[in-house]
Design a protein around this ligand. Sequence first.
Ligand code: KG4
Ligand code: ZN
Length: 341
Amino acid sequence: MRVLGIETTCDETAVAVVASRIGGDGGDILSNEVMSQIAQHAAYGGVVPEIAARAHIDVLERLIVRALDAAGTDIAGVDAIAASAGPGLIGGILVGLTAAKALALAADKPFIAVNHLEAHALTGRLTERLDFPYLALLVSGGHTQLVAVLGVGDYKRLGSTVDDAAGEAFDKVAKMLGLPYPGGPHIERLAEEGDPARFDFPRPMFGREGADFSLSGLKTAVRQEIARIGTPTERDVADLAASFQAAIVDVLVDRVRSGLRIFTQSGGQPNGLVIGGGVGANGAIRRALTRLCAETGLRFVSPPPGLCSDNGAVVAWAGLERFARGMTDDLTFAARPRWPL
Ligand code: KG4
Ligand code: ZN
């Protein structure tokens, strides 16, 4: 079974073809074309919705052709067509969703509307064999949540951020430090040279009941420290980056630990922890979660960074998981810019 997946909810235009493996042992990525618009948004310090929607229109058709070619097939050779229908920026979603519906109609193929967060949550099952239930930590520029993944289409949100998303915190702090957008990778690189213990930033929600996150207080603390310093030197910037990242890492680990407790208290035993979303590319976070899992005997499923950030393969895979269970959608399915998992 092969599914074509289209992703246009934010600033990556992406198309992929994914095939299922016999026996339920994950999937094969036959092609995975991603075109990032970062360069077009960088000057504005964030994603500009109107620019994003237009840029998706400019490249989507080319990417679909490329993804089919690279997979050695044409549209007749795929079994279904999936697209992210939200959550995200409405203009971009409409581009990918409309293209997917048009293709499905013209080629007479089933259409599947995928929740973008569901695609991140199911990624662990694309890369390896992973049975339900499991825990997923979704950390991106727009979302930060901990989800119990009980089955395809069966998700229980254990906690989410009450203010900023993790990627948003990385990006805002990076901006304060004069680093380019998106700031996450720059902070990570600088943090390697900095002293994580120099600034004792707050760890909001640490030790709190439940699995909610809060990151805006941390961001404010960094802002106040920068104001106190005045003009930070290179050394200061590296230490600020390292101390900020150390605080985020501690918070994420604590929240996952608490989420695990909730999971087991409600009678479930997770088969693993999956990380998804762009922030999941962060090495310090991955190492800390690896340690936590080793300590708690939980399997850590960390998809390669390219499958954590936005891409078509995870959308195609989520589409395939749904399609395999007969979960197809009508062409009237509307874009859902807000679509909680
Ligand atoms: O999932 P994603 O590609 O797009 C959204 O759906 O938001 O995530 C993008 C976010 C940005 O905020 C970016 O700064 C962050 O992921 N990010 C990172 C790293 N790479 C990307 N944050 C921390 N460390 C990284 N290495
Ligand atoms: Zn995403």
